[in-house]
Design a protein around this ligand. Sequence first.
Ligand SMILES: *[C@@H]1O[C@H](CO)[C@@H](O)[C@H](O)[C@H]1NC(C)=O
Ligand SMILES: *[C@@H]1O[C@H](CO)[C@@H](O)[C@H](O)[C@H]1NC(C)=O
Ligand SMILES: *[C@@H]1O[C@H](CO)[C@@H](O)[C@H](O)[C@H]1NC(C)=O
Ligand SMILES: *[C@@H]1O[C@H](CO)[C@@H](O)[C@H](O)[C@H]1NC(C)=O
Length: 338
Amino acid sequence: MASRVFLLFVLLQLVQSDKLLFEQGKMRLGTHGRKRNYYNVHHIDEKLIGQGHQLVVVRAWMETVHPEAVRNLRSLENLVMAKCHIVKVENKAFVNLPNLTALRLNDNDIGEVKKGVFNELPIKVLSLQRNAIKKIDSGAFDDMPNLYKIKLNSNRLKSWDSAWFKNCPKLTELYFRRNRLNHLPASAFANIKGTHLVDGERVMDTKIFLSKNKLGTITPESFYNLEAISQLYLDRNNITEVPGGAFRDLKEIHVIYLARNKIDEVKDNAFPKVRSIGILDFSSNLLECLPYGLVTVANITNLEKNNGSCSCIRDYKARLEKEQRKNEISYEKEDCPE
Ligand SMILES: *[C@@H]1O[C@H](CO)[C@@H](O)[C@H](O)[C@H]1NC(C)=O
Ligand SMILES: *[C@@H]1O[C@H](CO)[C@@H](O)[C@H](O)[C@H]1NC(C)=O
Ligand SMILES: *[C@@H]1O[C@H](CO)[C@@H](O)[C@H](O)[C@H]1NC(C)=O
Ligand SMILES: *[C@@H]1O[C@H](CO)[C@@H](O)[C@H](O)[C@H]1NC(C)=O
């Protein structure tokens, strides 16, 4: 009896440690390599596929990417596992990939990002576009020393977490378009630096894309600590007003894109410290006017398609000219005749 139990135990252990990743699928190693069929794959490693810089896995039905699914590929730089029906990625699914630069898991059915899956990977690019992600653990992206770009467009995120991206000093491009974010918590971008050292020089290069979400009211606390940033995209949301202190700490920005919202008011002290704006885009909103001070710090203010802003535009243009300022206001001339 005892020996049978023991045998069963050993068998179970074997099954567990040797889970199947996929039954059948195609993989291509290298940019110009040919796709080959693979059957009953448990782990993707050098033993199975040899060495190469780029690996593309396609048409493999893998649902769960279990621990050590992809492992010990010393020269691998680019890993793509798209359209593989992945629902779940488990802890330590990707191990010992010392040269991995980009990991792309686009067009799968991933619903959640757990802590422990991506942390400490050496990647610069992480792309999880067009999945079904609703939940991301607070620590899911911590400690990614090289992470430069993260792409999460077209998922189902409803909430943002201010604790994301702890110790990701190089993070510069954040793509969160086409999600369902309905508000931003206080200090939403506390862990994100607007400027980075590039070849010893400080460069204002951070870009945050939040277009096409469901953001409503802007709460001033959300943008606390954001002092300088290259581009902030908040277009195609449901924003009605830019309240006082909304960008309390902002001093400089290249592009702030608030087009296609329902903004009917920008409060006087919405940008209390701003010194320089490249493009301030409020096109396709419901503005009748906005604070003159803001127009004088922006190289270009876009007020196209704001019904009812003509007299304000006329006044401001005359005033800018009188004061010999070079700031431009962009608007549709046929809608606002002289
Ligand atoms: C890892 O990448 C570096 C730089 O591209 C290269 O010199 C090195 O040989 C790679 N390591 C392996 C094991 O291929
Ligand atoms: C947009 O905001 C309004 C209130 O300002 C709300 O009634 C409406 O449901 C919101 N729309 C979406 C798509 O969230
Ligand atoms: C505004 O325009 C000036 C002159 O073209 C340029 O040097 C400056 O960088 C622009 N400001 C921003 C914030 O883009
Ligand atoms: C906005 O513009 C459209 C088209 O030019 C016009 O029909 C409409 O009356 C305008 N609405 C307001 C509130 O000015």
